[in-house]
Each structure stands twice: as C-alpha cells, then as structure tokens.
Design a protein around this ligand. Sequence first.
Ligand SMILES: Nc1nc2c(ncn2[C@@H]2O[C@H](COP(=O)(O)OP(=O)(O)OP(=O)(O)O)[C@@H](O)[C@H]2O)c(=O)[nH]1
Ligand SMILES: [Mg+2]
Length: 233
Amino acid sequence: MSDSEEEISEKQFKIVLLGDSGVGKTSIAARYANGSFTKQFTPTPGVDFYLKRTTLPGQRNVAIKVWDVGGGGNGNGSVSRMLDKYVFGANAIVLVYDVTSQSAFENLEDWLSACKKHLAPSTSGGVQAKGPAFALVANKIDLEHRRTIKSDRHHRFAQENGLLTYAVSAKSGEGVDLCFQKIAAELLGIRLSKADQEQHQTVVRADIVTYRQERLNQGQSTASVKTAVCAIQ
Ligand SMILES: Nc1nc2c(ncn2[C@@H]2O[C@H](COP(=O)(O)OP(=O)(O)OP(=O)(O)O)[C@@H](O)[C@H]2O)c(=O)[nH]1
Ligand SMILES: [Mg+2]
C-alpha cells in the first residue's frame, strides 16, 4: 500500500473497558463518544458498543470501537463466563476503577488475571499473535476529597503489571479524550507532541458562584458589593 493510500484508509481499534460495576465505564465511553454525562446509574447488562473516529498525527485516521462491558455487580462474577468473548481480538484492554473505591481497585487484580488467562499466547500460522496493550484508568478524579486510592498505589500497580496509566473524570470530561488518543497513538507506535496532547485536553468548566459581600462579612452592614468565588463542581 502506498503512503497516500495508507493516509486515506482507516485503522480500526477495539478497546475493551473492564472493571467493577459502578466505576464509570459507561460514563467514560459516553463522554468520549457522545460528549455526554448522566448522574443516573443504569448498570450495563452484557456489553455495549460505542464508536468514535479520530485522526492522529500524520493524517492517520482511526476508528475506535469501545466495548463497554458491564461489571456484573461483583469483581469477577457473572461477567467472567463471557470475558473470553469480549477480550478476543482486543487491541487494548482498559482496567477502570473509581478513586473512591478501595474494593474496585483491589478487584482489578482478578480482572487482569482473568484476561491474561483468556489471552494465553496463541499462534497463528506459526507466528505468535501480539497481545493487547493494557491500561489502568483512575476514574472520578473530580471526587478528590473522597479519594481513597492514592496515586503512588496506582502507579505501583501499573508498574508491576506493565500498564499504561491515565486519570480521568467522566463527569467533568477531564482526561477522557486524551486517554483514548494516547492509547491509539501507543497502538500505532507514535508519540504525541505537546501540541497534539493539548488539542485533546478538556477544559474543565468552573462555575463562578457570586456571593453577596454582606453574607461573607456575616452581618456587617456593608453595601451589597459582589465578590466572585470560583467553584469546581
Ligand atoms: N462524580 C463522578 N461520578 C461518576 C463519574 N463517572 C461515573 N460516575 C457515576 O457513577 C455511576 C456509575 O457509572 P456507570 O458509568 O454507569 O458505571 P459502570 O462502570 O458502567 O457500571 P456497570 O455498567 O454496572 O458495570 C453513575 O451514577 C455515574 O453518574 C465521574 O467521573 N465522577
Ligand atoms: Mg455500564
């Protein structure tokens, strides 16, 4: 294939999201593919699919198919029976946890070993098939005040298991786009420049809350001068 044909053609990547129920896999997928977020929690039965097209440096067009696997209510329960089908042919497997949940983080060991069991080295035509990339994603970083998994624990687990690492908030959108963009870059074997990364950084909206000065002064009889206080929601 010539260089120009390769530019026009589109690569497809299958990225599978795994982790306990409630950690925010559907929210991450919906934020990435549709730019939406809902507070309501509807557990995913089985698997859902999301598709997003993106372009990487060098005019490389990529279609990212996200497999959003329901956590099934416990770490490694009902879902594991189908896990082999879900991870088959994956280019990347993303292990998601919620930074406020100790158990969701600890259960990732089970998710990871179940994946590795199903992905035991296979050979096709005598050639060893390349396994998927693995990534660790800390979600709900907007809940910093309730965080129970510190970043050194996150990084230790990632390092011990050779995982790419990311921190995101499906709620604010922080880090979500960049996480998928970096995974796609990794799969293509290219590095994103600082400028490329900035393009995919989400600007987190900080609402300006306006209080009356008199309330802040608690009863002092000043005129109603307004002051602006910035609050990240
Ligand atoms: N504060 C906050 N809440 C989030 C975030 N992401 C998800 N949630 C909430 O967490 C709950 C669970 O989110 P889901 O995306 O449905 O979780 P899931 O991992 O898909 O769960 P299963 O489908 O059961 O495996 C919902 O109420 C979401 O609104 C986040 O980044 N921040
Ligand atoms: Mg879900």
